[in-house]
Write a new protein. Sequence first.
Length: 260
Amino acid sequence: IGAAVTGGLARSSEKFARLASAPELGVVTMVVMWVTNSVSNVIDPAWRSRYLRDGTELLSTFCAHACYADYCKANEIDLGEEARIFEGLLNDLHYVWTFPEVAIVCRKPELLAFDEEGRLHNETGPSLVYPDGWQVSAWHGVIVPDFVVTSPHSITVDFIDTTDNAELRRVLIERYGQGRYLQDSGAEKIHQDDYGTLYRKQMEDDEDLVMVKVINSTAEPDGTFKEYFLRVPPHVTTAREAVAWTFGESGFSYDPLEES
C-alpha cells in the first residue's frame, strides 16, 4: 500500500509541478505560500520542541499539493486517478511524508486550540491533541510542560530560576504571578518613596524584571487597600519614575494633586 500511494503521489507531484509553472497559477502560488507559512508557524514550534528538527519543508510540500489539488478540482482539471487517491488522503489525514517504498501518514488532530492572534494556546488543557494521545500544551504560542497550564500552583521559584529558556521562563513567571515571584525570589528593593516601592530581579539571558508596588488609593469594601505590582522598563530607577511611566509621563512631570 505504501509503495502504491508513494508512486501515485510522486506521479501526481510531477503534474502539480508542471501546473505550477503556468502563468494563471501565479495567484494560487501566492496563496500556497501564505497557507504554508500560516500552518508552519503553528506546527513548527511543537515540532522543534519535541523532535528537535524542522518539519516546515515536509509540511509545506503537503500544503502546496493540497492547494493545487483544490485549484484543479475547482477548474475541472483532471489530474488522473493518482490525484484522486491523494484527494482522499487529504480528506482523512493531517499530512503525509512519502518515500520510495513507504509512506508515513498522520491523522488529523482531535484538538487544535489558538488564542486571538492565532498562536497555540489553551487555558484549560493541551492545545494540540492527536488520536494516539500525543499532545502539546502551549501558552500564547510558547510550548510549555502540561502542568504549567493545568496546575500553575505547582510552579516553584527554583524551577523558574533554573529554566534556561527565557521565553518559557517569562511564561512561568506570568503563571506564578509576577508580584509574588518578586517577593518569593528575594528581589532587590532598589527604591521607595510616597509613590510606591521599586524592585529589581536580575534574570539570566533576559532583561531584568523591574516592578513597582503601589497601593490602590480607593479602599476595598472591607476597608483595606489592595496592593498591585506593575512592570516597568529596566532603566527606571525610582518608584515615582516607575508610576509616571505607567501613565506615559516622566518622573519630573508626574505630580498628581489627587489620586483615586
